[in-house]
Design a binder for this molecule. Structure first.
Ligand code: NAD
Ligand code: AHE
Ligand code: ZN
Length: 371
């Protein structure tokens, strides 16, 4: 039976979200209806809303950092039961595709093509408003009280984990920690630079402390972010606006020739270049996490790579969600991942546009929407 759901709909790029009651069709074969309990707001939601995302389609229900409870199962769903607590995954894990079987990547491709078009795997949408289809987003659409997600894109988590906190493991916190531990594989004693101290960069600091990095340089143009960065383990604080020299030169000077690892957590292609070029000659590795808009390109002198620096990228921290996310949740439950430090604001769905304003004003780390 089709149900009603309160949802924040992005009707067009660069317009505030509108809270309306949408229609949600029941889950089809291999799909699951999830009642969202809470959802974080990530910069990628703002990026897509801005119109810069080549995959951005409208009208759509954004949101990809949610936590919820299984409400109903489509035909053939066996790995989940009604009442299970779940985190929707924008990086599915089918365990059957070439990518999953490779053991080399978390980038399952089973539903990626339709996901990028705002559709369910059968090429249709479960959401509509006044009879017109509303697109899905990243396969998750967590800015809706009810959403429909493929079974292979749901991580089952312990039932006693607080969904209004562990929802942050659906993107930002896992991405930052995973990029350090899985993608870069930072080792004990390393020197690390983190560019951008939002939810992603701060989580990368946690990852670097978990890896026992000796020095963690926190870089941001908003000095208001340094206090929390320090609390989470950063040792050095660099504001590019305090220096006349290019920031890569400043960091090379501060670190006896450059850092072992750097992470770009902003989505700025000039900063991606700086993050690469602040790496130590011969071995320094830079990981791009930030997402840059359509048409933007990175550049550097090839000599930077010829002389041993490595450029790589990371999506969802290289984490295979169904297999690995439950352990992240358990770590958070044991206090090893301080999710409370990320949650600077909570609000009702009706106030979701405020979350975007706070992000753009640099006043929040994460706003969590409570349904
Ligand atoms: P955010 O807006 O919360 O934080 C961005 C931070 O960057 C802010 O503190 C801001 O002051 C800082 N910043 C802006 N310009 C800067 C500059 N020139 N130099 C230094 N610092 C600067 O964003 P977020 O939610 O942490 O996301 C960060 C980026 O990561 C976004 O591009 C987002 O789309 C991307 N992201 C990627 C993945 C992935 O899987 N690859 C996952 C989540 C988010
Ligand atoms: N549609 C965007 C893709 C942007 C992107 O790279 N997304 C990240 C996740 S950001 C989460 O906050 C990702 O997982 N990328 C791998 C993938 O398959 O999308 C664009 O720019 O085209
Ligand atoms: Zn995100």
């Amino acid at each position: 039976m089709t149900i009603k759901s309160r949802a924040a709909v992005a009707f067009a790029a660069n317009q505030p979200l509108q809270i309306v009651e949408v229609d949600v069709e029941p889950p089809k074969k291999g799909e699951v209806l999830v009642r969202i309990v809470a959802s974080g707001v990530c910069h990628t939601d703002a990026y897509t809303l801005s119109g810069d995302d080549p995959e951005g389609v409208f009208p759509a229900i954004l949101g990809h950092e949610g936590g919820g409870i299984v409400e109903a199962l489509g035909e053939g769903v066996t790995s989940l039961a009604v009442g299970d607590h779940v985190i929707p995954l924008y990086t599915a894990e089918c365990r059957e595709c070439k990518f999953c079987k490779s053991g080399k990547t978390n980038l399952c491709q089973a539903v990626r093509a339709t996901q990028g078009k705002g559709l369910m795997p059968d090429g249709t949408t479960r959401f509509s408003y006044q009879g017109r289809p509303i697109y899905h987003y990243m396969g998750t659409s967590t800015f809706s009280e009810y959403t429909v997600v493929p079974e292979i894109a749901l991580a089952k988590i312990p039932g006693d984990a607080p969904l209004e906190k562990v929802c942050l493991l659906g993107c930002g916190v896992t991405t930052g920690i995973g990029a350090v531990l899985n993608t870069a594989k930072v080792e004990e004693g390393a020197t690390v630079a983190i560019f951008g101290l939002g939810g992603i960069g701060l989580a990368a600091i946690i990852g670097a402390t978990m890896a026992k990095a000796a020095r963690i340089l926190a870089v941001d143009i908003n000095p208001g972010k340094f206090e929390i960065a320090k609390k989470l383990g950063a040792t050095d604080f660099v504001n590019p606006n305090d220096h006349d020299k290019p920031i890569q030169d400043v960091i090379v000077d501060l670190t006896d020739g450059g850092v072992d690892y750097s992470f770009e957590c902003v989505g700025n292609v000039r900063l991606m270049r700086a993050a690469l070029e602040c790496c130590h000659k011969g071995w320094g590795e830079s990981t791009i996490i930030g997402v840059a808009g359509a048409g933007q390109e990175i550049s550097t002198r090839p000599f930077q790579l010829v002389t041993g620096r490595v450029w790589r990228g990371s999506a969802f921290g290289g984490v295979r969600g169904r297999t690995e996310l439950p352990a992240y949740v358990q770590k958070a439950q044991r206090g090893e991942i301080p999710l409370d430090d990320f949650i600077t604001h909570t609000m009702a769905l009706e106030d979701i546009n405020r979350a975007f304003e706070l992000m753009h004003e640099g006043k929040s780390i994460r706003s969590v929407i409570h349904f």
